[in-house]
Structures are given as C-alpha cells and as structure tokens.
Design a protein around this ligand. Structure first.
Ligand code: XIL
Length: 361
C-alpha cells in the first residue's frame, strides 16, 4: 500500500531529513519491500527513527516465542527501538514452580534487544493473570507478601541494568475505579502495590517503575481510580516513575480526551507511555475501516506526542499474522500496522507520519 501512494511534499522532506540523519535506511527497507517502486524511491524512515525525531521510542510487544521467520525478525529489529516481551517475563512463564526459574524466553528477548540497540520494557512482575498454578491455588510455602517480594526481587535483580522500564503492577483496577479483587488484594491488602514497587526499586534502582492498565486511556471512572491510586502512592513516597496506558482499542473508539488524560498523570510528575496499542476491527475489515484504523493509530501517537512526559508508544504486535486479538476477541482481527503478509497498512504510515509531524526532522 505504501508503494502506490504519492508522497506529499511535507512528508517526503521530513522523511528525507530523518532518513539522512539516521543513515543506512534503504537496505533494510528494500529487504521487506516497502520502498517506493518509482524512479525516485521515497525514503521511508523506520518507525524507530520517526519516533526518535520526536525524542520518543517506537516499541513492539513481541510474540511468543520470538518468531524466527527472517522477515519478522528484520522488521522487529529495524522498525522498533524498544521491545516488550509478550509473555516471556510473566510470573507463570519464569517461575512455574516456586523457587525454580526458567529465564530462557526472557533472555532471548533481552539478547535480541541488545543486539539491535533496543530498550527492554519489562512486563510484568505482579499481575492477576498468567500466574503459575501454585500462586493461583495458594499452594506456596509462606505468606503471599513474602512470596511476591521474593519473586519481584529475583526477577528484577536478574535483569537489573538491562530493563529500561518495568510494569511492576499490571491491571490493578476494576472498571468502576476500585481495586481489582486479585489474589494479592485478598491476601495482602492494598499495600501489595506499594510493596511490589519498593521491592522492584531495591532490586533495580535504575529501571523506571510503571503501573500499567487498560481502559484507562481516556477520562472516566477507571482512570479516575488509577489517578487516585497513583496520587496516593506518590503521597506515601512509593518509588513509582510512570503510568502505562495499554490502549487495546476498537476501531473508531479512540477516546477524544486521551491527551488530557495522559497530561493529568504527567502533571503528577510522572512519565507516561502507551504500552500495548492495537486497534481491532470486526472481521472482515474493509478499506474504510482500515482508513479509520490509520486515523486511530495516528490519534494515539498524536495524544502521546502532545504530552512532553509521554516517552513512547509500543504496539502490541506488528503483524496481523501474529496476533493475540482473534483468540481473545472472537470475530475481531486486523488490529496491527502490518497485514498478514508483512506489508505495511495505512496504520503504519499514520504512526510514522504522526511521529514525524511532532519531530524535528
Ligand atoms: C497477552 C498476550 O499477548 C497473549 O499472547 C497471551 O495469551 C495473553 O496475554 N494486557 C497485558 C498483556 O498486559 O500481557 C496481554 O498479553 C494483553 C492484555
């Protein structure tokens, strides 16, 4: 799709400047064929360079296991400057038996990121989902506070200095803005959140520590609850640095007040980031929906770039060929910026252009 669109003057001037600054762009782009097939090839900067032109990262939540198809790895390496392991750092994956750790999947993502000059966004230390059975079913030795602290300490220490940001606590909120009745809330009480942050900070003082949730992208009961929680953590001196907005969205439903919402968290003195962006469409997706999806992806990037404390945008998968959406939201799909043949969709161009529009390129 990118091949046939006439380049706008503004876009190509910016793109060229970024491209020259970034250098060595043409070869990787030709490798998966989205450079223009005209006399004057248009220079499309990878998303990571477009994002960098606005001082931000372009992140990817990688599939699990890390797909070793060369086209997949090329795009992962060349287009993104931050990787979030999709599943490999979750409690159920790394500690299937109490005290016995399997770091193989997590290590693979970290090594890939290091080899390609990418940050790692650690995901996630404490979450009610994808827990090992022994936590879920209460079959552990000792108190859950100690078990949780030990888990957080072990994992955050192992990757200390290698993880730029940790989602310390994931999805703590209910839709009505109260705290989710997870096993951690039940067994430890509300203080589990502060304790998890303190343990992560002690284990890796350099990582930025995030709380992360979904359906908190715009103003509303759930994000109000999150705002109150984060404010209270800050009042208690809890070492929290950032708030992640997952942004698992439905086409045409980007909250109009997303920028305002991100800004109020930023005004607390925190970083913010879009951490798991996808825009799902009821299948089959038509061209009008793909155009709306492009505008939605662009609107989310615009919301981020309008907030100086918003440090980057991570998409939760880049290709429709490798997506968590159809399995989780039956009937929905086509949620990502590349199609199932690894060709860029209008959404890809919209992300790139939104970053460039905010950038110095
Ligand atoms: C999803 C993964 O992408 C799937 O592969 C897995 O089966 C379920 O979890 N919010 C989160 C992510 O914080 O960890 C979830 O990832 C998507 C929703």
């Amino acid at each position: 799709m990118t091949d046939v669109r006439p380049p706008s003057r503004t876009r190509s001037r910016r793109a060229l400047a970024v491209g020259i600054a970034a250098g060595a762009l043409i070869a990787p782009l030709l490798a998966y064929g989205h450079a223009a097939a005209t006399d004057t090839p248009r220079v499309d900067p990878p998303l990571r360079d477009a994002a960098a032109s606005s001082g931000r990262f372009a992140g990817l939540g990688v599939g699990s296991p890390l797909n070793d198809d060369p086209t997949y790895t090329d795009i992962t390496a060349t287009e993104f400057s931050s990787l979030t392991p999709g599943n490999e750092m979750k409690w159920g994956t790394v500690e299937p038996v109490q005290g016995q750790f399997d770091w193989s999947g997590a290590d693979e993502v970290v090594e890939f990121a290091q080899a390609h000059d990418q940050e790692v966004h650690g995901h996630t230390l404490v979450w009610h989902s994808q827990l090992p059975g022994w936590v879920e079913n209460g079959q552990y030795e000792g108190e859950l506070l100690d078990v949780m602290t030990e888990h957080v300490t072990t994992e955050a220490s192992r990757y200390a200095g290698q993880v730029a940001r940790w989602d310390v606590v994931n999805e703590p909120m209910n839709e009505d803005g109260t705290l989710r009745n997870s096993v951690f809330l039940q067994e430890i009480g509300e203080s589990y959140i502060a304790e998890a942050f303190r343990a992560a900070d002690a284990a890796d003082p350099d990582a930025k520590l995030y709380i992360n949730d979904y359906n908190t992208d715009g103003l509303g009961a759930k994000s109000d609850g999150l705002y109150d929680l984060v404010s209270s953590l800050l009042d208690q001196g809890v070492p929290i640095d950032g708030v992640g907005f997952q942004s698992h969205l439905i086409v045409g439903q980007v909250p109009g007040d997303m920028r305002e919402n991100l800004q109020r968290f930023a005004d607390l003195g925190l970083e913010v980031a879009v951490t798991e962006l996808d825009v799902r469409i009821e299948m089959p997706a038509d061209d009008a929906e793909l155009a709306q999806q492009a505008s939605d992806f662009g609107a989310v990037v615009d919301a981020c770039t309008a907030v100086s404390a918003c440090i980057g945008v991570t998409v939760w998968g880049f290709t429709d060929a490798d997506s968590w959406i159809p399995g989780t939201f039956p009937g929905y799909g086509a949620a990502h910026p590349w199609d199932e043949n690894y060709q860029t969709k209008p959404a890809h161009d919209a992300i790139r252009d939104a970053f460039l529009a905010a950038g110095t390129g």
